[in-house]
Design a protein. Sequence first.
Length: 751
Amino acid sequence: MSKYIATAAIRGANNIVEEADQLLQKALAEKGPDTPVQFPNTAYYLPVVYGFTGMEVSKLGDLPAVVEHAKKLLHPVPRGSLWTPYLGEALDCGVATLFAEEAIMGMKYALGEQPEKLDGHSELVTAGGEGYCNGPIDDVQLRAWGIQLVDGRMPGFCALIGCAKSNEVAVQLVRELQRRNILVFLSGNVNGRSIIHQLLEEGVELGYDTYIIPFGTDTISTIYPLGFATRSGLTFGGLKPGQARENLIYNKFRVFASALALGEIDDLKYATAAGAISYGFPAIADTVIPEILPTGVTEFEHVISMPFDDIEGKDDLERAEKLIQKCIEVRGVKVQIAEIPIPVPYGSAFEGERVRKDDMRVEFGGKKSRAFEYLRMVDPDDIEDGKIELVGPDFDEFDEGAAMDLGIVIEVAGRKMQKDFESVLERQIHYFLNAASGVQHIGQRDIAWIRINKMAADKGFRLEHFGEILYARFKGDPWNSIVDKAQVTLITDPEEMKKWLELARGVYSERNVRVAGLTDETVEDFYSCTLCQSFAPTHVCVISPQRLGLCGAYNWLDCKAAHQINPTGPNQPIPKGENLDPQLGRWSGPEEFVHQHSNQAVEHVTMYSIMTDPMTACGCFECMVLVIPEANGVMIVSREDPSMTPAGMTFSTMAGMFGGGLQTPGAMGVGKYYLTSPKFISADGGFNRVVWMSSFLKESMPEEFKAVAEREGTPDLIDRIADEREVMTVEELLPWLEEHNHPALTMDPIM
Ligand code: SF4
Ligand code: ZN
């Protein structure tokens, strides 16, 4: 490591630890040692400190130990004439810096000074509130991204720290990252000006939905991304707090992160970078600095200097693109970009973008018009590959803000295509169209609702581009292994619309009947999903027609299609074998498969019981089902619910306890739609056992639960199930259930 950088980092570390110490004295004097120290909506305390040392900081009085620990890691600043440092010293100081920074943020939360308020930017709405920076990413969001990080759709994150050369460059940097589905984390400033200001001035939408998270305009808030990295090891990697070395190794190989320092670098930035380097995250600077060559701590170079104006390129936008390219190469990330011939940026980072009424050029479906989408398998000779046809007028013939009818018909052919896959493919339309910047897609089938914003229309986006997107995506990886030919027809002509809509509706109801008829008894094979083993090595999802994967992303048909697409992939058919216990849902096939593929960690597994050999849980379940013995029933907490539950734990706490590939009788992670299955814990009494459920679930699936209640013979069951609005403890739960005469109270004992 160059002496210059090492010296700066060591100096920065000494200063920030000193600052933490002083702030701590002040905070203790003002607020007292029992004042709570807590990052909001996370179960991991101060995550970097927790991950490295196992210390559970929850109040100001816990912080002196952290600051002491940081002090021990410090080294003196090398004197001018001496030249012996120093990677080791600088890295120790880097870790000390992270501890000090996290302690400072903990104190600031205790003092009400975090998250940071951005004056004059009420348009900024984040998890931190309206007009506030985000603060730490909450556990719910970490998990929501989890599955994408697991399956590689989201390659990693890039922290942009400081201030870009111009607003235009700032926007370009972010767009290049979004295009590659890389999470963008923002922090820091140069002389008071931050890339966060730059992006807000350019009207870029920041927040979880667009994958761009503004943490704060100071350097210290760069600690939040490192907390995020630490928590992903704890959440998905089955790592334990205090396993500092394992956590760093995990991050080095699993979490593809890099930092891009924009503008001048001061001592604190060097010190923070030294901390990030110990995670294996390299830093790239757009200014002239001495470089650090590979030594093995990071996989490639540690620090790279790429002075912005020296980058070859015809203009700043091209230079920005190359800079991002470098960040990605340095980290060794393989990123695929879908090249789609449309006039707007394209990538899943745009999926969450909304089109508000005022920005809208045209809409299809919703309240004022109708839109449907229908994908069908046809004979290869009946279609022309790549043909995109618009039947009827385009939207530029209509006024701004118009509502139009639209039908999207996709016809595909392929040797490995099956009728069953139509619905699997059709569901992709939502993701494919949403990924275009300026397009919002909601719903499916004949309740689709699509909006296009004015910016996209001004750039020349037209209906034919829906066709371009759909064709390119279905003919791209991985779908091209089942789709050999595809043709797209876009229909706005009223007569044609009517004809096709009727036809599509007929098919939708045929499909409904067919899916309802798909039961665990009627199929030969279940499917495995072992995608999450990269994070939770003993976890196997067994997926049957009546029980989908616990993340909610894969049902039986999806797995069947995925197996066709990739025969050696994570979704393998599991022949059911002998039915050992129909009540519990125990088959010889799944038992053997799970035993073998869990590294022999799991001996037995059942499909329908939470008490007897339940399925394992990785980190990404949509809901947690947990037995409440006192109530003779179970509670169901959804990922979206941050509140306290009668079990005395929040969702995050439970996820930490029961995830990571463990099998825990009495606890089970499940996908939402399993709750509505007749096989939902049927061995333990079924849905009538549910005594408490997050209100989010009740409100987001009212029709589905109504049907379940009727099927289970207690039509008003949902009203007799408590939720967090009235009941937060087990003491409150029992009288509430008696008052509402809940059926579980008179059922056989659950344990
Ligand atoms: Fe992970 Fe199971 Fe979802 Fe597969 S189905 S991605 S193993 S949670
Ligand atoms: Zn998982």
